[in-house]
Design a protein around this ligand. Sequence first.
Ligand SMILES: [Zn+2]
Ligand SMILES: [Zn+2]
Length: 158
Amino acid sequence: MSVPSDQAHTGSCLCKKVTFRTTGPDINCAVCHCTNCRRNNGSTYTVKAWFPDKRFEFTGGEDLLKQHDDSDTNTGGVVNRWFCSHCGSPILTRSYRVPGIAIVNVGLFDEAWDWRIDFEQWRQSRMSFIEDFPGVSDASKYDDFPHKCEFERVMARL
Ligand SMILES: [Zn+2]
Ligand SMILES: [Zn+2]
């Protein structure tokens, strides 16, 4: 989570054709080391912030969005991964586990934000050079997917 505020924040893909706005703080900020997130982002892990749909809106380029239904997942569930079809930037993810939540890649935001990581998942595939993230308690570090109490804690913030 970030510092609570009603402020709006904007972001975009690399070509800046897909733009969006969020309002207020994220309800969760999670690091994922899973191999699918790594391939989707082309990086060594992902950092994603969760916003309820009512506090996330596209402000441009929606016609360029493409959705990849990622069914080859560790859990067997289908995860929808949206990206800009013009520049290829991954934009957001939707998970069957948390309906109504836009899971947004933190790197897309226009300004620096004081992100606080709430939990880390799929540490079993974490790359060896990645050290622990400050502020994440041992109870919120998961070798695979988080315990359901983690989701209950997050959804209680809605
Ligand atoms: Zn783009
Ligand atoms: Zn992942």
